[in-house]
Design a binder for this molecule. Structure first.
Ligand code: PMP
Length: 391
């Protein structure tokens, strides 16, 4: 009698499978547009110079690795709150913040909190969204509901469709939003649309949960944060799941934080104790190293400006490639106005397979491409091969 005999095989992660296929591919002109990481023009994802410098300081100065409290690195939490939300909102007594294992950990903790607060709240999610949102929501027992978001015909947001679907959301439901750099579509709301979404949340009593995983990689630190701050400022309650894994290039170090704005100080205390208890049952404490390195950067004017320049370079490379794709392929002209690492090509899953088999171009089965996987050297091959399949 085996304990594991009843377990079914889970579908393998499609992107991890692609990594292996790509590594085995011997064709010199192969292009990897699969995994969502920043790449430079050489296709590399080097450790940022600011991080290298901060890590040297950390190794030199760290005196103990004894446990930190449940907040994690409180300096890191304070500095990322200020970075994301600005000084005023970050220091409001009704804002609760703690360090988490990446944006993923922040999201999981947020959904756990929401499930504990109200089992019957639905989480509204635009279609399509980052694939991991669904297991994160489902693992807490919350129900997810879809609203229209992206129109593959125009490669733009179907804002009217979204608003009309959200009209059936109930008070207390949660609206999951990407702060900037939408994964997988890159589609962005205008400031007028952001304002309409805030008004909708207010009118219908919806709680916004903002997944803010690419701060600074869209239009810059201030511009990307502006809509997020509007939610936190204008609504009585709001949640922000923040990641430093992309904007500091810390992917495997798992650096993130969660911020919850509560309506009252008493509720903030309850939220805090709930988050501490849930985190303790899941990971006890978040990993320290990456957050400590980010704290060193954010608290040093010199390192901070080194980091901001590196962030600017990453963003400008992505946006330059977006413009180049739009210039070369008229069907993809909307790509120039999208932001972040990803765009969703209007092609079939068969076309995705043919591009891999015939042209050595690797992308997710849904046609999501990592723009940063393109380069001056491979753009012409990408344009030529892809143009045959665009719908
Ligand atoms: N949200 C979105 C939209 C993402 O794309 C990702 C990373 N792929 C995350 C959250 C999680 O980021 P992290 O690596 O910090 O857990």
């Amino acid at each position: 009698q085996s304990q594991f005999g009843s377990l079914a095989q889970q579908a393998p992660d499609s992107l991890l499978g692609l990594i292996r296929l790509f590594q085995e591919d011997q064709r010199p002109h192969k292009i990897d547009l699969g995994v969502g990481i920043f790449r430079d023009d050489q296709g590399l994802t080097p450790v940022l110079g600011a991080i290298k410098a901060a890590e040297r300081i950390l190794v030199e100065q760290q005196e103990s690795k004894s446990y930190l409290g449940p907040v994690g690195d409180s300096g890191f939490v304070d500095l990322t709150a200020r970075l994301a939300l600005g000084d005023d909102l970050a220091t409001s007594p009704s804002l609760v913040g703690l360090q988490t294992p990446g944006g993923n950990g922040a999201l999981r903790l947020a959904f756990e909190l929401l499930a504990e607060a109200s089992k019957d709240s639905a989480v509204w999610v635009g279609s399509p969204t980052w694939m991991n949102h669904f297991p994160l929501i489902a693992s807490t027992g919350l129900e997810s509901r879809h609203h229209r978001f992206y129109d593959p015909a125009t490669l733009r947001i179907d804002f009217d469709g979204m608003m009309s679907d959200l009209a059936s959301a109930k008070p207390g439901d949660v609206l999951l939003l990407h702060g900037c750099c939408h994964n997988p579509t890159g589609a962005t709301f205008s400031s007028a649309e952001w304002a309409e979404i805030i008004a909708l949340c207010e009118r219908q009593g919806l709680l916004p949960l903002i997944d803010f995983a690419y701060h600074g990689l869209g239009d810059g630190l201030e511009a990307d944060a502006a809509p997020v701050r509007m939610f936190v400022e204008n609504l009585p309650e709001a949640i922000v799941a923040y990641s430093c894994d992309k904007n500091f290039g810390m992917y495997r170090d798992r650096v993130g934080s969660l911020f919850v704005k509560a309506a009252t100080l008493a509720q903030a205390d309850a939220v805090r104790s709930q988050l501490f208890g849930t985190a303790r049952a899941m990971w006890s404490m978040p990993p320290d190293h990456g957050a400590a390195a980010c704290r060193i950067i954010l608290s040093s004017p010199e390192l901070r400006s080194v980091w901001q320049e590196e962030l600017d370079t990453m963003r400008e490379r992505i946006n330059g490639l977006r413009q180049a794709v739009a210039n070369s392929l008229p069907r993809l002209s909307a790509v120039a106005n999208q932001r972040g690492l990803f765009s969703l090509l209007p092609i079939s899953t068969d076309a995705v397979r043919l591009l891999r088999e015939e042209s050595a171009i690797y992308m997710a089965p849904d046609g999501r491409i990592n723009i940063a996987g393109l380069s001056e050297a491979n753009l012409a091959h990408f344009v030529e091969a892809t143009s045959r399949f665009l719908e």
